[in-house]
Design a protein around this ligand. Structure first.
Ligand SMILES: [Zn+2]
Length: 115
């Protein structure tokens, strides 16, 4: 976790009103901070993995990087499409989320167009 992320974390804790323990000991406060950062690290990691996966158009497993991934049927609902994906190598699974972005090849019957 770099300094920018630590600053973001500090702002998040402040916004979420998560308070550091009331203790006069600088050492205890530092320990508390370190344990919190350790607990949050996996969350930062998975966010980075998801961003990379999306940037590569979901071509490879977001956990192990294998290209042996397969998707189940796509379910479409309310401008959103969901597809369960699983990795044949590490057996991780997740759901791809697609969002409606455009309408194309529009064909309007002439009686509707002139009326
Ligand atoms: Zn995998």
């Amino acid at each position: 976790m770099d300094d920018g992320m630590k600053r973001e974390l500090a702002q998040f804790l402040c916004a979420a009103k998560i308070q550091e323990p009331r203790t006069k000991s600088q050492h205890n406060r530092e320990q508390w901070r370190q344990s919190l950062l350790r607990r949050l690290d996996p969350l930062w990691d998975i966010r980075e993995k998801i961003d990379k996966y999306v940037a590569e158009n979901g071509a490879r497993c977001l956990i192990c990087g294998s290209s042996s991934i397969e998707g189940n049927a796509v379910e479409i609902d309310c401008g959103q499409a969901l597809q369960n994906i699983s990795c044949l190598d590490c057996h991780s699974s997740w759901t791809d989320v697609y969002v409606l972005s455009n309408a194309d090849e529009i064909d309007v019957p002439s009686d509707v167009a002139s009326g």
